[in-house]
Design a protein around this ligand. Structure first.
Ligand code: PMP
Length: 437
């Protein structure tokens, strides 16, 4: 058909002028042209229930009046952006609100355009504050796509360069399903990881490390969930050395984990620095860093982001934040997360290919395995394709690329959760029967 030809053409043109490493999902990549609620429609007219929300960028769902109105009101002033050299009312209001929500004492906020820039800024603050270029990260981590953040990405598939402005050492604690401590209880796992942290500090650093950065639930790493409290136990060790704790909340913030507003709260600890992005803009480009005032203000030189905190992004973000608080989307994430986890755990008892179901709230990972428990990227690939065929978009990830990631908008309904469970059941059954290894 005509539209198929057009699509083929777009893919060919994409391949010709965009980098090879700009990965595309699906054997036949899709172009999303319209969206409403939790549904997106592609250029062939096919509609999908969106269970990846554009890698968690879409916290609320699509085409939400309150958010469109806030952005439109700013557009109507004629000012898309001038400069962050001038006062921007929405930026101040949003910073006040985020500082308050952060729980960090005397908090200040710096806005960026992405999670990568947020983490780069966090590293700049921590290394400057501590006068040290040594950083600890978790194995299997992902923190972004710039020079320092690639250096703290503990996943070879995403480590485009080993050259780094920071000296990084990796500790255990990120990915628990495999590895030397995989059979341990929660308490033993935490104890083993704390011992490893002490060991790495002793053997691989000069002690005066700037910071440890961690995702409370690893995102790209396959929604890997550490035991509650583990990062709190880490913080006790860090405090002995004055090492800062940076919580990367790019995926876990804004109530997505259901039980807490920030992922780090499951660890009973307040970090020194937090970074955020993705869901806050509900699709608009915004990120940022929250830090204790003395850390934020430790820079002696001017710093600026031309676009970070611009009026359009901050107006949209303020509307998103107000909406998700007013509608208790954290509570909805907890409720719908439980409903999905219960259904998925039931599926895992029926299908051997589904080796692990894990997650919190609307951040759920499904790890696929072969007959001997080995990682099965083919099975995950099969589920990705089959769910699309059946009208559901999901994500992929994990160190072995064998994890399906579920992260729908936090406005998800019971009926949509059940629809997704039905499709996932069918796709997993199909994958098991096809014997994908
Ligand atoms: N941190 C985490 C935990 C992420 O998941 C991501 C993006 N996947 C980033 C940082 C980088 O964010 P961005 O792509 O907006 O630069």
């Amino acid at each position: 058909s005509g539209s198929e030809l057009l699509e083929e053409d777009l893919l060919g043109r994409h391949r010709a002028v965009l980098p090879n490493w700009l990965a595309l999902y699906y054997s036949e990549p899709i172009e999303i042209v319209r969206a409403k609620g939790r549904h997106v429609t592609d250029s062939t007219g096919a509609t999908y229930l969106d269970f990846f929300a554009g890698i968690l960028t879409n916290a609320i769902g699509y085409d939400v009046e309150e958010i469109s109105d806030a952005v439109r009101a700013q557009l109507d002033t004629g000012v898309l952006h001038t400069s962050t050299l001038y006062l921007i009312r929405k930026q101040v209001e949003l910073a006040e609100q985020i500082a308050e929500l952060s729980g960090i004492p005397d908090a200040k906020v710096f806005f960026t355009n992405s999670g990568t820039e947020a983490n780069e800024t966090a590293l700049m603050l921590a290394t400057q504050y501590r006068r040290s270029d040594q950083v600890l990260a978790l194995r299997n981590s992902y923190h972004g796509r710039a020079f320092a953040t690639i250096g703290i990405t503990g996943n070879r598939g995403w480590s485009a360069s080993s050259l780094s402005p920071v000296k990084v050492s990796y500790v255990h604690g990120g990915y628990r399903y495999r590895g030397p401590f995989s059979k341990f209880s929660d308490a033993d796992y935490t104890a083993a990881c704390v011992e490893d942290l002490r060991d790495v500090l002793q053997t691989s650093t000069s002690g005066d490390v700037a910071a440890l950065i961690a995702e409370p639930i690893q995102g790209v790493g396959g929604f890997s969930v550490p035991p509650d409290g583990m990062l709190g136990a880490f913080k006790e060790v860090l405090d002995e050395h004055g090492i800062l704790l940076i919580s990367d909340e790019v995926q876990t913030g804004w109530g997505r984990t259901g039980e807490h507003f920030w992922g780090i709260q499951a660890h009973g600890v307040t970090p020194d620095i937090m970074t955020f992005a993705k869901g806050l803009g509900n699709g608009l480009a915004i990120g940022g860093v929250i830090a204790r005032g003395d850390i934020m203000d430790c820079l002696g030189a001017n710093s600026i982001s031309t676009f970070g905190g611009n009026p359009i992004s901050t107006a949209g973000a303020k509307a998103t934040l107000d909406y998700l608080l007013a509608h208790d989307l954290q509570g909805n994430a907890a409720k719908l997360g439980d409903r999905l986890l219960t259904g998925l755990r039931e599926l895992s008892t029926r299908y051997g290919v589904l080796g692990d179901v894990r997650g919190k709230g609307l951040m759920i990972g499904l790890e696929f395995v072969g007959p001997d428990g080995e990682p099965s990227p083919a099975a995950a690939g099969s589920v990705l394709e089959k769910t699309k065929e059946l009208g559901l978009l999901v994500g992929k990830g994990g160190l072995h690329n064998n994890v399906i990631r579920l992260a729908p908008p936090m406005t998800l309904t019971d009926a949509e959760a059940d629809e997704a469970l039905g499709i996932l059941g069918e796709a997993i059954a199909h994958t098991q029967e096809a014997g994908a290894k």
